[in-house]
Design a protein around this ligand. Structure first.
Ligand code: PLP
Ligand code: SF4
Length: 357
């Protein structure tokens, strides 16, 4: 068994399995006692990612990303189970087609770490784990029939949780079907299980150009010798790596942390792509930073860091409105507890102001 497979096999999935060094807080304990796993995201963290946290500190920014708390039981009326209405845009099993020129293919519902703020938290680790061969055939047929699709985002769950044979054979089939299509792999594996980025995997991926990797570093502490090694291996083999961070309260919603993160990313040749405002998924309000604070951070960043290091601050509008950059142009109004935000089609969507709820 390879190193990364051992990590996965030894994932912590219950509080009893956690190393004794950890002090479980009252809120965390309440979650484990009362959780109905059908209704919530289960607990899972790799020993590697766990080791990046300070087990004594409840406020540790890594710990907050993987330790569940009873705050996840708080549901607001404006929160949704499928906040981006992805299910409405499914054109064949696992295939989402919302924008004219690109599709998303969700290969699996498994991930290495269950991130507590995940907007797909109601789809992660649930039944019907992986697409089967017939599903893949159907997806291939679809992209063949739709030449206007220029780009395919391979996603999940985390697609790189599949073994080399599986993931590479699927990607090769996509490449065979459409020589020209841009393949974008969305994965958090370089952050939470960097051992997975093996030579064999990377050499396989390198043959499938044009292929981009989009990962998700949220905090400078996630940049370690192992994650740097994984990223360097990808880039040295001609695979560009971009980063989508999520703005998370108490984790990175702070100008010093964000500046440090963006500086380290560019130093390791990772291009910052998006900084996402959190989606309105049920049970994640404790992670929600107010848009006003996000805008403030962006303004401060623009005077501190280079254009090369700058992400686009963006929101995927609730209810399937699509992505919009969060700038004054798109925020039409702030009134009585709500931001009114316009999408690319001119439709207005509401997003809650933090101070009102
Ligand atoms: C986010 C997303 C994309 C990609 O959008 P980009 O702005 O190109 O990164 C494509 N399709 C769907 C359904 C998405 O949610
Ligand atoms: S790796 Fe991505 S899809 Fe999986 S739980 Fe984390 S944020 Fe969600």
């Amino acid at each position: 068994m390879s190193n990364w497979e051992k990590q996965l096999k030894n994932c912590y999935t219950s509080p009893k399995k956690l190393p004794n060094s950890i002090k479980i807080s009252v809120q965390e304990e309440k979650f484990f006692k009362k959780v109905n796993i059908q209704e919530h995201l289960s607990f899972q963290v790799t020993p590697y990612y766990f080791s990046l946290a300070n087990p004594q500190d409840n406020n540790d920014p890594i710990r907050k990303q993987f330790m569940p708390t009873a705050k996840e039981f708080i549901f607001h009326e404006y929160e949704l189970k499928d906040p981006l209405a992805e299910n409405e845009y499914i054109v064949s099993p696992g295939l989402i087609h919302r924008y004219p020129d690109r599709v998303v293919l969700r290969l699996t519902t498994r991930c290495a770490v269950h991130c507590r703020y995940c907007y797909r938290r109601f789809a992660i680790d649930k039944a019907s784990c992986e697409l089967n061969e017939k599903d893949i055939e159907q997806a291939l047929l679809y992209i063949d029939k739709h030449p206007e699709v220029e780009e395919i985002l391979v996603s999940g769950g985390d697609p790189l949780i599949l073994n080399d044979n599986k993931i590479l054979s699927i990607l090769r089939k996509i490449r065979q079907q459409r020589k020209d299509i841009v393949i974008r792999v969305g994965t958090r594996i370089p952050v939470v299980l960097p051992q997975r980025i093996t030579k064999n995997l990377v050499h396989g991926l390198a043959k499938l150009k044009p292929l981009w990797i989009i990962t998700q570093f949220n905090h400078p502490l996630e940049i370690t010798p192992l994650s740097i090694k994984a990223i360097s291996r990808l880039i040295d083999n001609g695979i560009p790596v971009l980063n989508q961070a999520v703005l998370l309260k108490g984790v990175n919603d702070n100008i010093e942390i964000m500046t440090l993160l963006l500086h380290i990313l560019v130093k390791h040749r990772i291009k910052a792509y998006y900084l996402f405002q959190t989606d309105l998924v049920k049970g994640t309000s404790h992670f929600r930073t107010d848009i006003k604070k996000g805008l403030q951070i962006m303004r401060q960043l623009s005077s501190k860091i280079s254009g090369l290091s700058m992400p686009v601050y963006a929101l995927d509008l609730p209810g399937g409105g699509g992505k919009v950059p969060l700038t004054k142009d798109y925020i039409k109004q702030v009134k009585a507890g709500w931001y009114y935000i316009e999408n690319y089609q001119g439709t207005i969507y509401k997003y809650p102001q933090e101070s009102f709820r």
